[in-house]
Each structure stands twice: as structure tokens, then as C-alpha cells.
Design a protein around this ligand. Structure first.
Ligand SMILES: Nc1ncnc2c1ncn2[C@@H]1O[C@H](COP(=O)(O)OP(=O)(O)OP(=O)(O)O)[C@@H](O)[C@H]1O
Ligand SMILES: [Mg+2]
Length: 361
């Protein structure tokens, strides 16, 4: 069987759209950008007239502000709760501006400066000492040389001293390589280089970021999708695509997805659709999680029974996705299924209630 990439980067997934936008793009472009700001915006939020699909669902003015920030000499920091499409948005932005979203640093407790700036090919380093040949550029150095957007995921999870290595890159736009002499000892950023970072407000906060670094970023908060119908449509479309890739013949019915999205929203917000207050879960029940539960529900139905996923599949999937490791969340979910769900109308809600015993424990 021919191997297939599970998830190609945005510039490959949407190569045809990018080519079309480029072809008709006569608006002014910031230096080093592959598209004008207006075309980049259309790529991200969609444009029915030119057949460009909406990829990020959210406030178009947020996208404008993000793009404008990147055309200045400050970086962009996308902030928000987990699963609000910060990473997706940064990927789309990099694909639109640089046609490459793969120059990415994944931040974490163990991230080092080597992984951000450059490291060495040790065999060559030993044989011939530090030289341009033995230098192995990491995403920042490559982005500077090639004039591209570099993505920095989960910036605030990195140790503070590592975060601070971005200071001179962002303000002076130069990276010193003290091991090399002469012209190779300094790498100057080409036009088009900038940094899009993401940070999760549930993790270690941005409060710990140094003031100096904060000043070099424009902050934009990405909010969860407010409107029910919009979230439902996104979950339907995204899960249909994932199910198609997983070889699933028939996706779950719309009623099942409606129940799924309602359940997620109610447990996330702590209020029912008709305005009663209820317990909320401590786990992050984001739209991204709703998409993956819809995917799992479809996979269960299809591969276990050769049929579309049902509300009973939803109960089975909720335990592992929504509850994770909290006993309290499991109890809250059980109370939701026992107390709130019976008040709702329709066969799907009844089936969800009847399947409540499938929750573990
Ligand atoms: N506003 C939105 N527009 C488009 N897709 C969305 C939106 N919100 C959630 N999604 C869904 O969530 C997925 C994106 O999740 P992503 O990983 O980008 O979130 P994140 O904010 O980076 O999360 P984390 O903080 O956990 O890293 C998308 O692939 C899509 O299925
Ligand atoms: Mg992310």
C-alpha cells in the first residue's frame, strides 16, 4: 500500500487556493511576502466569490490585526484557551505570508537555544572546526536567512532564559554566531522574516514572560466560537474530512453532532442552552476536542458496526476525551447525563440518557 502523509502542512493542503490567490493578487505586498495582506486575509477567512474556503472561524478584524502586526517590526503572540485554533491560525498565516509553515519551534520545558537558533554537525565540527559547513541552522536562523515567518508554539512553556534569546532577533533582527568569524559571524534577517508565537492561557502564564520580550510582541487573544450554529458547522465539516481520511463511509447524523456540540458547550460554559446554570467540567472542552470526539464517534460506528456513530458511541468517547484524569469530572459528567439530559427533547437525547451506564466506574 502506498504510504500517505497523515496531515500535510497548510501550504500543501491548500496549494491550489494559494496558487489562485497569487495569480490574481495585484494589491501591494509588504516586502518579502508571498501574498498581499488582503489576499492573505482572504486565504484565512475565506472568500465565497473566488471559491476560497473559510479555514479559520473567528473575527476577521483579529486576522487583520495579526497580519498588520507581522508587517511591522514586532512579532505576533496568539493567546488563548486550549483548542481555540491558535496553532491553526499561525500555520495558515505562515503558509499565506511565506508559503511555508514548517519553520516551527515547539516550545516546552526542555527547549534549548540550539533548537531555536542553530547547532553543529559534530563530526564536521571535530574534523574542521566551526565553519559555515558544520553549522546546522534551526528554524530561527533559517527564517532570518530565507525571509520567512517562523512559528514558535507554546512559547511560554519554555524556560525564561530560553525565551529571552528572542530579544535581539526581534529587535535588532540579527543573530550573532560567535563561533564563526568575519561575515559569517552575523546573520541578518531578510525582509519577510518575523515570528508568530502561540501561548496557552491554561498553562504557565504570559505573566512570567519578561517585560522586555512582551514589548517585542503584539498580543492577540483568540476566543472560542461564540455561536452554536457556527461551531456545529465547523465540527461537522472538520470531522467529515477527518472521517473521510480514516476511511469511514458514513459520518454520524447531524442530530448526533447537534447533541455532541450542545453537550460540549453546556459542560464548558456551565449553563444549559435554555439558560439554567449547571456544573461545568474542569477539563478544556474546546471546539478542537469536539472535532476529535466527533471523529472518534464516527470511527466507532463504522469500524465496530459498519453504521454511523450513535449517541451511545458519544458516551463511550466522552469519558476518554472530556474527562481525562479527573474523578470529579467523571461524576459531573454522570450527573449531567442523569439530570440535565432527560429534560431535553428528541430521540437522540433519549438515546444519550439511556447510554449513561456506559460511563466507566
Ligand atoms: N475558530 C476556529 N476555526 C477553525 N477551526 C477551529 C476553530 N476552533 C477550533 N477549531 C478546530 O480546532 C483545531 C485547531 O486546534 P489548534 O491545535 O490549532 O488549537 P490551539 O489553540 O493551538 O490549541 P492548544 O492550545 O491546545 O495548542 C482545528 O483543526 C479545528 O478543527
Ligand atoms: Mg496549539
Amino acid at each position: 500500500m502506498k504510504p500517505e502523509i497523515q496531515r500535510p502542512p497548510a501550504e500543501r493542503r491548500h496549494a491550489a487556493e494559494l496558487a489562485r490567490l497569487r495569480e490574481h493578487d495585484h494589491d501591494p505586498r509588504p516586502p518579502g511576502w508571498a501574498l498581499s495582506l488582503r489576499a492573505a486575509r482572504r486565504f484565512i477567512i475565506g472568500d465565497e466569490q473566488s471559491g476560497i474556503r473559510r479555514k479559520f472561524v473567528g473575527d476577521p478584524s483579529l486576522v487583520d490585526r495579526a497580519l498588520v502586526a507581522l508587517a511591522t517590526n514586532r512579532g505576533l503572540l496568539l493567546l488563548g484557551r486550549p483548542g481555540t485554533a491558535k496553532s491553526l491560525l499561525s500555520e495558515l498565516i505562515a503558509a499565506a505570508i511565506s508559503e511555508d509553515s514548517t519553520l516551527t519551534v515547539q516550545g516546552g520545558a526542555a527547549t534549548t537555544e540550539d533548537q531555536i537558533k542553530y547547532s553543529w554537525n559534530y563530526a564536521m565540527l571535530v574534523a574542521e572546526g566551526p565553519s559555515p559547513r558544520s553549522l546546522v541552522p534551526a528554524p530561527m536562523l533559517r527564517g532570518m536567512r530565507e525571509g520567512r515567518i517562523v512559528r514558535f508554539e507554546e512559547l511560554t512553556r519554555c524556560p525564561l532564559e530560553v525565551q529571552d534569546c528572542l530579544l535581539s532577533l526581534l529587535s535588532e533582527r540579527v543573530l550573532a554566531i560567535p563561533e564563526l568569524t568575519g561575515e559569517h559571524g552575523m546573520a541578518f534577517a531578510e525582509q519577510g522574516f518575523n515570528v508568530v508565537a502561540t501561548a496557552n492561557t491554561d498553562d504557565r502564564g504570559v505573566n512570567e514572560m519578561s517585560t522586555a520580550l512582551k514589548r517585542r510582541f503584539t498580543f492577540e487573544t483568540v476566543f472560542p466560537i461564540a455561536d452554536f450554529a457556527t461551531e456545529l458547522e465547523l465540527v461537522r465539516a472538520e470531522s467529515a474530512e477527518l472521517l473521510n481520511q480514516s476511511g469511514v463511509g458514513t459520518p454520524p447524523d447531524r442530530d448526533v453532532l447537534e447533541v455532541l456540540v450542545t453537550t460540549f458547550r453546556e459542560l464548558r460554559e456551565g449553563t444549559t442552552a435554555d439558560g439554567r446554570s449547571m456544573e461545568r467540567l474542569s477539563a478544556a472542552l474546546s471546539t478542537a476536542e469536539a472535532v476529535s470526539v466527533a471523529h472518534a464517534v464516527g470511527v466507532r460506528g463504522w469500524y465496530l458496526r459498519g453504521a454511523p456513530g450513535t449517541p451511545a458511541d458519544l458516551v463511550e468517547c466522552l469519558a476518554g476525551t472530556a474527562v481525562k484524569d479527573s474523578e470529579h469530572d467523571l461524576a459531573r459528567l454522570r450527573r449531567y447525563l442523569e439530570q440535565q439530559v432527560p429534560r431535553k427533547h428528541g430521540a437522540c437525547w433519549r438515546a444519550l440518557h439511556e447510554a449513561r451506564d456506559r460511563l466507566p466506574g
